[in-house]
Design a protein around this ligand. Structure first.
Ligand code: FAD
Length: 415
């Protein structure tokens, strides 16, 4: 078989998303002749919509151990990778190329321009500056192997060869961005394990102490609503069970899929309405009646038989009312705050618990099947893997993109 020289490269990157662009830029910076094959007419569609369009680019936790704590069982694999290219290196990489970051709640770092497309553009420009060749609208349809190595990759009408191949085709979420999971059947055929995605019915992990302190308590006939970065997402009515790891019960289990879908977009908060059939005004009038009937009682005792102690205590704390205060000393403002608390007890969701008590299990290739120094496949010699192709559980907060910067850099540095 003869291949035109112009179609032979040192490195071919399949997929021009976050991790593919980082890998291409890193390989080209080492003087490698790099080709990026991207299915879409332009690169980085998912990156450009990340973080609700603002791109939560990483998480400003600079302690590698503490940062890696967020990846559950994958921590032991990732420590060495983050030590080579971690949060500090991500800051340095983008900051030194003119993109500064701002840090928001939960140490989430965003570009100062609050624009995800700016991140995509920076990477594409970086690649072009160092002569990366892009072929967009070029879906790879076939990977040929010969004796344990990739021999070539083909689009519909062109076959390309290279010394090394970096597969960066991403996972399966938001397929409209191009991430349709193309890499998984190829990798399976090449001999890799592909872990199937998270089950959709799973409990939710919560870190707030007051929630886990309520373990064993069930709330019946309540409404649970979810917001993402303060925007309303969806709600369900039913029972909620508090557990030592967060919340569960049928209503929560059936919310998990919806939560999994919105977690990548930002901070997800659950809001419990303890009296979903009463509007604020009606609940306020009922409270006045209740308080009138118990004027000289401690406020924490007024709800006996109606609400569980733990819930009463939390509601009073949110409303800033001392549990031992006399009912007749409760001000109108405090009562208004209490009504609000009873209709909106909120807590952030840390993630989903999977079969392995994981946070978000996306499915994909286990990290044990690559070298963590180089992201080189242990199954196929000249193949490197990056980004969402891996089966790594992580919460929202910039942890997914940091994986892309880390694995993309390591692959580009070795391929
Ligand atoms: C709505 C949303 C918001 C998010 N927000 C954040 C956030 O703020 N912070 C964060 O850390 N993470 C966030 N994430 C997750 C993050 O965006 C991903 O982890 C990251 O983009 C994955 O990068 P990747 O390079 O692995 O793959 P992708 O970005 O999925 O890129 C894969 C690329 O490969 C191309 N491709 C696929 N198949 C082929 C083929 N056969 N031939 C050629 N090209 C192909 C695709 O078109 C695509 O361009 C978000 C995810 C979503 C869906």
């Amino acid at each position: 078989m003869h291949f035109d020289d112009s179609e032979h490269f040192d490195v071919i990157v399949i997929g021009g998303g976050a991790s593919g662009l980082m890998a291409a830029a890193t390989a080209a910076a080492r003087g490698r002749r790099v080709l990026v094959l991207e299915k879409n007419p332009e690169c980085g569609r998912k990156l450009s919509i990340s973080g609700g369009g603002r791109c939560n680019i990483t998480n400003a936790e600079f302690d590698v151990q503490l940062f890696a704590d967020n990846y559950g069982d994958a921590k032991k694999f990732l420590l060495s990778a983050f030590s080579q290219f971690g949060v500090q290196e991500t800051f340095d990489y983008f900051n030194s190329r003119g993109l500064q970051f701002v840090i928001e709640a939960r140490k989430r770092a965003f570009p100062i321009t609050h624009s995800a497309p700016d991140v995509t553009q920076l990477l594409i420009e970086e690649c072009k500056k160092i002569s990366v060749i892009f072929k967009t609208s070029s879906p790879v349809t076939k990977i040929d192997r010969f004796e344990g190595e990739i021999l070539s990759v083909s689009t519909r009408n062109i076959t390309y060869t290279a010394e090394s191949y970096i597969l960066a085709t991403g996972g399966m979420s938001h397929p409209e961005t191009g991430s349709t999971g193309d890499g998984f059947p190829w990798l399976s055929k090449l001999g890799h394990t592909v872990v199937t995605p998270t089950p959709s019915l799973v409990p939710l992990a919560v870190r707030e102490r007051w929630v886990t302190d309520l373990q064993g308590i069930t709330l019946k006939d309540v409404k649970i609503s979810f917001t993402v970065d303060s925007r309303k997402a969806f709600n369900k009515k039913g029972s909620i069970l508090f557990t030592h790891f967060g919340v569960s019960g049928p209503t929560v289990l059936h919310s998990a899929k919806g939560v999994a879908d919105i977690l990548p977009e930002g901070e997800v908060v659950a809001h419990i309405d303890l009296f979903p059939t009463l509007d604020d005004g009606t609940l306020s009038r009922k409270l006045i009646e209740l308080f009138d009937a118990h004027k000289n009682t401690m406020v924490k005792n007024v709800f006996a038989g109606m609400l569980l102690t733990g819930i009463v205590n939390r509601s009073l704390a949110v409303a800033n009312i001392a549990p031992d205060a006399q009912v007749n000393g409760v001000t109108k403002e405090q009562r208004t705050r209490l009504v609000k608390a009873l209709k909106d007890l909120s807590f952030p969701i840390a993630g989903l618990l999977g079969m392995d008590k994981a946070i978000i299990a996306d499915g994909g290739i286990p990290l044990s099947e690559v070298s963590m120094q180089t992201m080189q496949s242990k199954v196929v010699k000249n193949l490197f893997l990056t980004g969402d192709l891996f089966h790594i559980v992580r919460p929202s907060g910039g942890y997914s993109l940091q994986l892309c910067w880390t694995t993309g850099f390591l692959a580009g540095n070795a391929a």
